[in-house]
Write a protein of this length. Structure first.
Length: 429
């Protein structure tokens, strides 16, 4: 084998450690180490020296231990056998990793087992060349990124699984929501893996979890996605699963009249007996095309002239006493007596504003408290907010909640809310 005079790196670019193929060297040989490399000498299985970037001459000045090998002259040069390793000190940031098979993790939110796959990349740098070669590389002639991921696959798979599982349990979030936490997962996983790589002379620069996904054709994942899509639809429509089942039962009962008596019972089990019956009757009427008409408004009703019970304008007989309901009288102006229509805003003769009675529609003076035609009594306005009071003896306004009756602190008589002094004792209220 020829004696080598020049020793330099000629391996691939992505290699972390490369062994020079020839071990027959000579003194005064030139060793060329690139800026991002270190050269490590081995002799008899032991490390002789570690040389940094630059051009080095193999002599006893650079490597003092070579003196023991330089005993016999061979034309001014002494041949010797030694191994030279080139270690790449550059940052390797594109080392890919991934889970070859899905990791089975129980979702803490839904309680089901979901297969999870994870992918990413990490970056390393050889921190201690001697420790790296002795403890990790060994006698392997080439150690590249693929060898690194193969050696540490068990380590990062275990750490990634533990990190994802513990993160889900502690945060109480679903596996489907964990993609929003990739940065925190990446940092936490790096802190777990870094001490192990330090023992082998490697510095873990970063560790990224780029993606966490699920097999699209997995039955569990498909079932969960369908359930979530259904829940999202219910949230948009404004009802839950129990109500949807109730509506389905109502629709089926409406299509089958023989099951109509079971509506109230089925609904009562889900939403309460009384609520179920009311909702069942309403839904049955809607599904069968029977829409309940709203009751008559005060403007559409009149008082029975015999018993005084309210009746609609279109009724011919009173439903209480059976007496005939007189048709509504003609609307006349309260000022000039001219006839008016119900859609008029002013009298066509004198121009007086039309102030209709809410019960019979007759024109009334603006300050009227009751209708002389039908006897309708106007509600009194609230002295605080001005809105009409539903009951004459109300103590609180139903619109603003204000107190309508005051009590004198001295004589304890009830007074209107606007009273400032008691008329009986003169005490300030």
């Amino acid at each position: 084998m020829a004696i080598i005079d020049v020793v330099k790196y000629s391996g691939p670019a992505s290699v972390l450690a490369w062994k020079f193929p020839n071990s027959e060297l000579s003194s005064w040989s030139q060793l060329i180490v690139n800026e991002s490399q270190e050269a490590v000498f081995f002799k008899g299985g032991q490390v002789l020296d570690v040389l940094g970037p630059g051009t080095h001459t193999l002599d006893s000045n650079n490597i003092p231990i070579l003196t023991t090998f330089l005993k016999l002259p061979f034309g001014g040069q002494s041949p010797f056998s030694a191994e030279v390793w080139f270690v790449n000190k550059a940052h390797s940031l594109d080392i890919k990793w991934g889970t070859p098979t899905p990791i089975q993790i129980q979702d803490p939110k839904f309680g089901i087992i979901i297969p999870v796959r994870s992918f990413g990349q990490f970056g390393v740098m050889v921190e201690n060349s001697k420790k790296f070669l002795v403890k990790l590389v060994g006698t392997t002639p080439v150690f590249d990124q693929e060898s690194l991921t193969k050696f540490f696959r068990g380590l990062y798979l275990t750490r990634v699984k533990d990190t994802i599982a513990s993160y889900l349990i502690k945060r109480k979030i679903s596996v489907l929501e964990i993609s929003a936490c990739l940065t925190e997962l990446s940092d936490h996983t790096r802190e777990l893996i870094k001490p192990t790589l330090d023992d082998y002379g490697l510095n873990l620069l970063n560790f990224y979890v780029n993606d966490i996904n699920f097999p699209e054709n997995d039955p569990t994942v498909l079932k969960l996605k369908d359930a979530l899509a259904k829940r999202a639809e219910m949230d948009i429509l404004g009802f839950d699963y129990r109500q949807e089942r109730t509506f389905n039962a109502l629709e089926g009962a409406a299509k089958n009249p023989g099951q109509g008596n079971l509506m109230g019972a089925g609904l009562g089990l889900g939403v309460g007996l009384e609520t179920g019956r009311a909702l069942g009757a309403q839904m049955a009427g809607q599904l069968s095309g029977q829409v309940t008409q709203p009751g008559p408004t005060p403007a559409q009703s009149v008082n029975c002239p015999k018993c005084g019970v309210k009746a609609t304008i279109n009724q011919k007989f009173c439903q209480n006493c059976g007496g005939p309901i007189a048709p509504p009288k003609d609307i006349v102006c309260d000022k000039c007596g001219a006839k008016m229509t119900s859609d008029a805003k002013f009298c066509p003769q004198c121009g007086d504003p039309y102030n209709p009675c809410p019960n019979c529609g007759q024109d009334l003076p603006s300050n009227s408290s009751n209708c002389p035609s039908c006897g309708f009594v106007f509600p009194k306005p609230c002295p605080l907010c001005g809105r009409p009071l539903t009951a004459a003896n109300s103590k609180f306004c139903p619109s603003c909640g204000g107190t309508l009756i005051k009590k004198c602190s001295q004589c304890q008589i009830e007074l209107p809310p606007t009273t400032k002094f008691c008329p009986s004792c003169g005490q300030q209220v």
